[in-house]
Design a protein around this ligand. Structure first.
Ligand SMILES: C[S@@+](CC[C@H](N)C(=O)[O-])C[C@H]1O[C@@H](n2cnc3c(N)ncnc32)[C@H](O)[C@@H]1O
Length: 396
């Protein structure tokens, strides 16, 4: 087994509980490493720090799996971790049949995401190491949660390409099934695992439910970046009179329409396939104003180097959103960019409100991802979602 030696900074981070070793923190490698190999990690002075999956081609060179020398990295270990992760969701968080069952390194299962939608588990693997144990992991999920009958492999996306892994989307084990209906707050959704990510953005669940209490009969709502209708359907079932929902994906909007029908709210919803920026500009020109505007864009900052451009995109979209609000309206604004922390996000929205001539009041404490996407205190990478509920008044 190859040995990887890390510098003092990486060593301190690991001691505090981090599970990731970046290439820049590696000072020496003894032996040859192929993507997905298990390696031992040592401090500069030779102290054993753990074992993990390595990928010499990736910016994240090692993802620690265990800090114990004697623990064998294999099915039994993964099964035990999946069992613990599942138990945490069910016993501590009170999750039932729809939840994120495994959230990568926050559950000490680096590179593995498992989203449960009733009797289907959608798995997403983003590390070459975990890929080698794919079947073991799938079998372990079925053993831990016998109500699950299908393991759907949703192995697509940028992270996989970065690790040099092929894109695969299929039922891996069990019954041939990839669609189901879930309930969330007052709303119902069809989840089709062939959609974006694992089919549904479970991380926004609590924020979508929180929206319901601000919706009053007669309100007009604009949901920008709606995907399959997430916030928009909640607004509709909570009593809004007219809802416009925009997304650039025709496939997502097709499903959003199905979701509207499923909830019996299709008559008050207008769906638009198009660019958020262009459609919002058009609505501004038409002089439209809404009681609630929701902005849940994709991650505009994928890498630290994109921070400046990404923040500009957040600024532009929020500036547009603010101009579309009535005096005394509500802005729900989100960022799922891990590199944009809450302070940067706040600074951006303050600048956008100043330009739009608006005062902002926080309606809710700082909101983040749903708790079944736990934030590991020592690992910045596990914290990514920001969501602000803001009361917006005109500066007069
Ligand atoms: C984070 S998801 C939104 C999730 C949604 N709010 C929910 O609760 O399910 C971001 C969405 O933005 C859409 N999108 C990305 N770029 C866009 C653009 N320029 N204009 C409109 N939609 C865009 C994607 O298709 C995706 O559905």
């Amino acid at each position: 087994m190859a040995k990887v030696y890390v510098d003092a900074q990486a060593y301190r981070a690991l001691e505090k509980g981090a599970m990731i070793i970046f290439k820049k923190g590696v000072i020496r490698v003894d032996g040859e490493i192929k993507p997905g190999d298990i390696v031992e990690v040592y401090s500069r002075g030779g102290k054993f720090l753990g074992k993990g999956f390595a990928n010499p081609n990736s910016n994240i060179m090692v993802r620690l799996v265990t800090k114990e020398r004697d623990v064998e990295v294999g099915k039994e270990l993964f099964k035990e971790r999946i069992r613990k992760a599942n138990e945490y969701r069910k016993k501590v968080l009170g999750c039932n049949k729809v939840y994120r069952m495994v959230y990568g390194e926050a559950d000490y299962l680096p590179g593995l995401i498992v989203d449960r939608f009733n009797d289907i588990a959608a798995i997403q693997i983003s590390s070459a190491g975990m890929e080698r144990f794919k079947l073991d992991v799938a079998e372990a999920i079925l053993e831990v949660e016998p109500e699950i009958e299908t393991i759907f492999e949703k192995n697509t996306g940028r992270a996989r390409r970065r690790e040099g892994l092929p894109e695969i989307e299929r039922v891996l084990l069990g019954k041939e099934k990839y669609r189901t209906i879930i309930k969330e707050g007052k709303a119902k959704f069809i989840v089709d695992m062939r959609g974006q990510k694992t089919g549904f953005f479970l991380d926004q669940r609590e924020n979508r439910i929180a929206l319901e209490k601000y919706v009053k009969p007669g309100m007009e709502v604009l949901d920008v970046f709606t995907y399959t209708g997430g916030f928009a359907i909640h607004a509709a079932v909570a009593g809004a009179e007219k809802i416009i929902a925009i997304d650039k994906s025709a496939q997502a909007i097709k499903q959003a329409r199905e979701n509207a029908k499923l909830n019996g709210v299709e008559d008050k919803m207008e769906f638009i396939v198009g660019s958020a920026f262009q459609e919002m500009e058009r609505l501004i020109k038409e002089g439209r104003k809404f009681d609630i505007v929701i902005l849940d864009p994709p991650a505009f900052v994928q890498h630290e180097k994109d921070l400046k451009n990404g923040l500009r995109a957040y600024f532009n979209v929020n500036y547009q959103g603010l101009r579309l609000l009535k005096d005394g309206g509500i802005l729900v604004t989100c960022s799922c960019s891990q590199h944009v922390d809450m302070q940067l996000f706040k600074d951006m929205i303050i600048a956008a409100s100043a330009k739009a001539g608006k005062f902002l009041k926080m309606l809710e404490p700082y909101r983040t991802q749903a708790p079944d996407h736990p934030i590991l205190m020592a690992s910045k990478d596990t914290e990514y979602l920001k969501c602000l509920f803001l009361y917006v008044e005109d500066m007069k």
